[in-house]
Design a binder for this molecule. Structure first.
Ligand SMILES: C[S@@+](CC[C@H](N)C(=O)[O-])C[C@H]1O[C@@H](n2cnc3c(N)ncnc32)[C@H](O)[C@@H]1O
Length: 370
């Protein structure tokens, strides 16, 4: 163990479930054969940042919550409770003890009481990647643990800003991939290539983006520390029609293989990937770790390829709700300026960088045309 290991190993990774058993078949989760839950991206505002040359985009993404009759009321209820938490900074967030949720404040009690699915979700799935699954597919009938999703849980998985943000960041990834694919088509590029997904989790955003690549074909290299997430991602990929030979699973600790050392670049080869994405991992890394990861992720990308990362925004709405209502642990939020600073420190040209923020304002998606 080096000092770097101590500084950079995210506790969330250490806390990941250790079991290697497969969860229920996807059909049992009630999602087999259903369409992606993410939407159409429309440009609201685009401008160049004078200081960095980066392209800053605000977009509007259609989302399944748009059609939810409960969305306005539930979002107002959550916004009011976020305000209540803001006014009571001494209230502790919910705790997990013996797999059960101890709400610890009235807002968390409002969320978790009377919903076995929400308690199971917070107690057994957060912060693993499989906790994102019901947000990405709120119409699923069951959680990845097999527990039925009750109406109260489904309402939060559909309507809450945190859930909307998870879906809109995936839609932005898909939009970036579609633009990249269009550029390749214009350049007459036809070669088959590789998409490396770092901290892939269940890889639903990746799988939902694959069709945007048409006619370009990519095989997938899925990298995560969590073997359960990798199994889940692999089964989803195969069930969504990706040929088994096109999916490689790599159980790797990114701290050791991308941040502290350069092992993953040596293993996969510099410049071998047309697409590298890393969504949902910067929140667990220090600035120094993000810079090292950006540098090595960039080294993986071939000329003409694209690198995509994301980070929860520090000025996002309902941060208190996220931290002490839901109680999602250990996240580091960042501003657009901070993210561009990390890109610059990694030696990446910020003028080739785009920061895209959907209307919910929860995440920034940072893409680099390499
Ligand atoms: C929030 S999930 C994001 C999953 C996916 N990219 C998405 O957006 O749906 C974060 C993922 O990072 C993985 N992770 C956390 N620490 C890691 C590490 N040190 N090495 C590799 N993966 C890690 C977790 O196992 C989890 O699957």
């Amino acid at each position: 163990m080096t000092d770097l290991d101590h500084e950079w190993t995210p506790r969330a990774a250490q806390e990941l479930p250790a079991q290697r058993t497969a969860g229920p078949a996807l059909e049992a989760l009630g999602v087999a054969g259903t369409t992606p839950a993410t939407g159409v991206v429309d440009l609201a505002l685009e401008r160049r940042d004078e200081a960095t040359g980066a392209l800053l985009r605000r977009v509007v993404v259609t989302d399944l919550a748009d059609d939810s009759p409960t969305r306005r009321l539930r979002q107002a209820q959550i916004a009011a409770r976020d305000q209540l938490l803001r006014s009571n900074p001494e209230w502790p967030g919910p705790r997990v003890a013996d797999g059960g949720v101890v709400p610890s404040n009235e807002v968390a009690a409002w969320l978790y009481d009377d919903s076995p699915a929400l308690q199971e979700w917070r107690g057994r799935l957060v912060p693993s990647a499989r906790a994102l699954f019901p947000l990405q597919r709120p119409h699923a009938s069951h959680l990845p643990t097999g527990t039925p999703i009750d109406d109260k849980a489904r309402g939060f998985f559909t309507d809450s800003l945190d859930a909307v943000g998870i879906r809109t960041r995936a839609a932005v990834l898909r939009d970036v991939i579609a633009r990249t694919s269009a550029r390749w088509t214009a350049q007459g590029r036809t070669e088959r290539s590789t998409w490396v997904s770092l901290a892939c989790g269940g890889a639903l955003p990746v799988l939902d983006s694959l069709s945007a690549l048409h006619p370009h074909e990519l095989s997938l290299v899925l990298v995560d520390i969590d073997p359960v997430a990798l199994d889940f991602a692999h089964r989803l990929a195969v069930e969504e029609g990706v040929p088994e030979r096109d999916v490689v699973r790599l159980e790797r600790d990114l701290v050791r293989t991308v941040v502290v050392r350069d092992d993953l670049v040596e293993e996969l080869g510099a410049g071998t990937a047309a697409v590298v994405d890393a969504l949902g991992i910067f929140e667990y890394f220090s600035d120094a770790a993000c810079v090292r990861m950006l540098r090595n992720a960039r080294r993986l990308v071939a000329d003409g390829g694209v690198l995509v990362v994301a980070n929860m925004l520090s000025d996002r709405p309902e941060l208190h709700w996220n931290k002490r209502g839901i109680g999602w642990p250990l996240l580091r939020e960042r501003s657009t300026e901070q993210l561009l600073g990390l890109v610059d420190e990694a030696g990446i040209d910020t003028a080739r960088t785009t920061v895209t923020i959907p209307q919910d304002g929860v995440y920034a998606v940072v893409s680099v045309d390499c």
